[in-house]
Design a protein around this ligand. Structure first.
Ligand code: UD2
Length: 316
């Protein structure tokens, strides 16, 4: 079927993988809407059925131009300031993107003449905050502790309210710790596996690099390979049952940082030099997801941590 699909943030780490997967359906046209603040054009495959439009989700003018130019069957809203630390330092600026940006898109989506088949919103495990009950299910206590998490949760509520108020077809995804090719290791708050990967590359080039562990390395996360995130997002887009529902997207596996370092050492046949530092303030010791709800839609993670890391290593 011929579909026009919008991916906001489509030049970024997760968005570009989604674009690549959606564009395999040759009859679909993918519109990438991105301001290239952290994403880049090289992330997007050059294909006839992928079009790029530069713009800001928090600019009414830019979003109006987008919806004047195209009429969408599906919308995947991934554009955001993804850095939690930036949201703490710049709450107003990140709020404009992470919250107002969502409302602009919802407003134009509901006003569009053609009915949107699904508006999928990318939220985060950050909405659960530090409350310790595990695993996190979609009904776990919500208690975000940063502007980033608060804006993600408020956006989730906006998205589902547009289903109640205007009959917009919507679904919400909560990502756990995503990793994979094209994740940028530049900031100390980048995904830990992008930093660890960079350190192993530096060591292999003979450079003096040390991976800094914050805390004792026994912190546990649910690391999910980016292609499994894409699988989950596409399911939420396609399945009618996801209507007005919220889903964790994760691997359902839990690993400590020390286990992961050992997996790198086996895969790369090397020793990773590490140094131990004070744990980060506010760091959560254990975080992992229940994925039972999204499994009912047919989701099945395809990558164990070692399979995901192997594919990651092959693609950097
Ligand atoms: C993740 C998300 C964040 C938010 C949060 C909600 C990422 C990149 N971040 O933060 O956006 O949703 O979950 O709970 O997905 N670490 C090291 N050395 C390093 C970097 C990190 O030891 O060089 C530790 C860090 O202290 C933490 C763990 O590794 O214990 C994972 O860190 P992270 O920044 O990848 O992700 P997290 O879970 O803090």
């Amino acid at each position: 079927m011929k579909n026009t699909i919008l991916v906001t943030g489509g030049a970024g780490f997760i968005g570009s993988h989604l674009v690549e997967a959606l564009a395999k359906e040759e009859s679909s046209t993918i519109i990438v809407f991105d301001n290239l603040s952290t994403g880049c054009l090289e992330n997007i495959p050059s294909q006839e059925n992928i079009l790029f439009m530069k713009g800001n989700v928090d600019s009414e003018v830019d979003v109006a131009h987008l919806f004047r130019s195209f009429s969408f069957d599906y919308i995947y809203h991934l554009a955001a300031v993804a850095s939690v630390s930036e949201s703490v330092q710049q709450p107003l600026a990140t709020h404009r993107v992470n919250m107002d940006g969502t409302i602009y898109l919802l407003e134009f989506a509901r006003a569009q003449e053609k009915k949107v088949r699904k508006f999928v919103f990318a939220s985060s495990a950050a909405v659960y905050g530090v409350e310790p009950t595990l695993p996190k299910t979609e009904n776990s206590l919500i208690d975000p502790i940063t502007p980033y998490g608060i804006d993600k949760y408020a956006s989730e509520k906006y998205v589902t309210s547009y289903s109640n108020l205007y009959g917009l077809n919507v679904a919400v995804a909560r990502f756990f710790n995503v990793y994979g090719p094209r994740q940028n290791p530049a900031s100390p708050y980048s995904g830990v596996l992008s930093i660890l990967t960079e350190v192993t590359q530096q060591v292999n080039r003979g450079e003096a690099a040390v991976f800094q562990i914050f805390g004792d390395g026994e912190q546990v996360r649910d690391f999910v390979f980016v292609e499994d995130i894409v699988q989950g997002l596409i399911l939420l887009g396609r399945k009618v049952e996801s209507q007005a529902n919220t889903y964790n997207i994760a691997s359902g596996e839990k690993h400590s940082l020390r286990d992961i370092i050992a997996t790198y050492e086996t895969l790369l046949d090397m020793m990773v030099p590490v140094a131990y530092n004070e744990k980060r303030p506010g760091d959560i010791k254990y975080s992992y997801a229940s994925i039972e709800k999204i499994k009912k839609l047919g989701y099945q993670p395809k990558f164990s941590i070692s399979q995901g890391l192997e594919k990651y290593m092959e693609n950097i």
